[in-house]
Design a binder for this molecule. Structure first.
Ligand code: AMP
Length: 437
């Protein structure tokens, strides 16, 4: 594996990256002034046909990092061989396959690609397929094949078994949110899909996090990949805070924060579908209207809620982790972990919904004494160390202090001294902090 450790401090402009004019014209329209670091590093390697493992923060411009070179490769084929496009589509083939873990992400990525391809005047076809909606419409869309297909694995397998699409001529495979795609939940579906792909192909893996067990798998899949691991340049734009609270007061604290700060939009994560509804009911009793977003809702309702939230028509959205991955909600001011995520990498994905593309963002975690140990694990895995704060009127009782000491015990070498921990427990008036922020 060749490892590209170059940290590009001043990214080149898009012209220097060698992009062709239909893409440059579109980027100017979109007011993308310069490539983000992941784009500056990934685009030349993808254009050179290399396999790639790219670890970059969520919100760092990953979609364009693979979409632009993919469109360029297809666009250049078009201009050198005018018939290739229609030929490649004959027999329901696809050239560029992008696999994503959620329905919403499939739609979002396909929409971005269609937008970047605007100046190809319809010559490059992009289709999104995902579960929860009628397969017939998607079959119709796939008639005659497609240049780019963005898909969730389950629905794609269904469509393949109905002969709606064939993967034999895939030239580039992209795994977006690759750590999720390579995790246990998708193992069977992904192996079935990989078996249908041609041996010779370019593979691109993009993800904010690459847990160790996934790294081993990537070695098997990829051929001499270029590896890009960007330092988090956006870290300063996303502020992470942890508020300790007694278990029975969590909802009251949440309602207090929402009312106090009148956030335009707040995305609240819980761990179960029914917790979404319970929390919405409890907030409603406190005069706060919240919508819910989880896997038990029909796809139509899911899309409507998400679109309304993105459009700023819904102030408070309570969601499970189906909203944690890749969703681009412009200028989302705050993400709140009402329940902590089970996996440390999900913590990074959740908080990455705020503070995207260099915007200022805030990630709050509300933790009670039962969460202390788990939050330590999340911090350790993500190399974080956050001050524990308390909100005036919601101070924790002494049991938290005990639990805090207990939670420290399993840590081999906790950072900071006892003094530091005492400082962590100092009451901080979060209201002042939030106003200043
Ligand atoms: P992504 O990480 O792909 O979801 O992108 C996050 C957001 O950044 C999206 O709203 C993109 O439209 C935006 N974006 C991507 N690349 C650039 C760029 N070079 N300049 C400005 N905005 C960008």
């Amino acid at each position: 594996m060749s490892i590209d450790t170059t940290q590009i401090t001043t990214p080149a402009n898009f012209t220097e990256l060698g992009l062709i004019s239909p893409l440059l014209a579109r980027l100017t329209e979109l007011e993308y002034q310069q490539p983000t670091p992941i784009q500056a590093q990934a685009i030349p390697s993808v254009l050179a046909g290399r396999d790639l493992i790219a670890g970059a923060n969520t919100g760092s411009g990953k979609t364009a990092a693979f979409a632009l070179p993919l469109l360029q490769q297809l666009g250049q084929h078009l201009s050198t061989n005018k018939t290739l496009n229609s030929k490649s589509r004959e027999g329901n083939y696809v050239a560029g396959l992008i696999l994503v873990p959620t329905r919403e992400l499939a739609k979002q990525v396909a929409d971005s690609i269609k937008s970047y391809a605007a100046h190809f005047n319809g010559a490059i076809k992009t289709v999104a397929v995902f579960g929860g909606v009628s397969a017939n419409t998607q079959m119709l869309a796939l008639r005659g094949g497609t240049d780019i297909l963005v898909a969730t694995p389950g629905r794609l397998l269904d469509l393949i078994s109905s002969n709606a699409i064939k993967l034999d001529k895939v030239k580039t495979l992209v795994l977006d949110e690759a750590d999720r795609m390579l995790s246990l939940g998708f193992t069977e579906e992904l192996s079935a899909l990989l078996a249908l792909l041609p041996k010779q192909k370019q593979i691109l893996l993009f993800s904010a996090t690459f847990p160790e067990q996934v790294q081993a798998l990537t070695q098997e899949l990829l051929n001499d990949p270029v590896e890009i691991q960007l330092q988090s340049s956006d870290a300063s734009t996303l502020v992470q805070r942890v508020f300790t609270v007694n278990k029975g007061q969590k909802t009251a604290l949440l309602a207090h924060l929402i009312k106090q700060h009148k956030w335009q939009q707040a995305l609240i994560f819980v761990n179960a579908k029914n917790s979404c509804n319970h929390l919405a009911e409890k907030l409603s009793k406190r005069g706060i209207t919240a919508e819910v977003f989880h896997g038990d809702k029909g796809q139509g309702a899911r899309s409507r809620v998400l679109d309304a939230f993105k459009a700023g028509e819904i102030d408070v959205l309570i969601a499970t982790d189906i909203a944690a991955r890749g969703l681009d909600i412009e200028k989302l001011p705050v993400v709140i972990n009402f329940d902590l995520p089970r996996s440390p990498s999900d913590y990074m994905h959740r908080i990455g919904r705020s503070g995207r593309a260099g915007e200022v963002g805030l990630a709050l975690s509300l933790i009670d004494h039962e969460d202390f140990h788990h939050f330590k694990v999340i911090e350790k895995k993500n190399k974080l160390r956050l001050e524990h704060e308390q909100v005036a009127g919601f101070e924790t009782v002494e049991v938290i202090n005990d639990a805090f000491s207990d939670a420290d015990k399993p840590m081999a070498k906790p950072e900071g001294s006892g003094k530091k921990k005492r400082k962590n427990k100092e009451q901080v008036n979060a209201d002042i902090w939030l106003r200043n922020d």
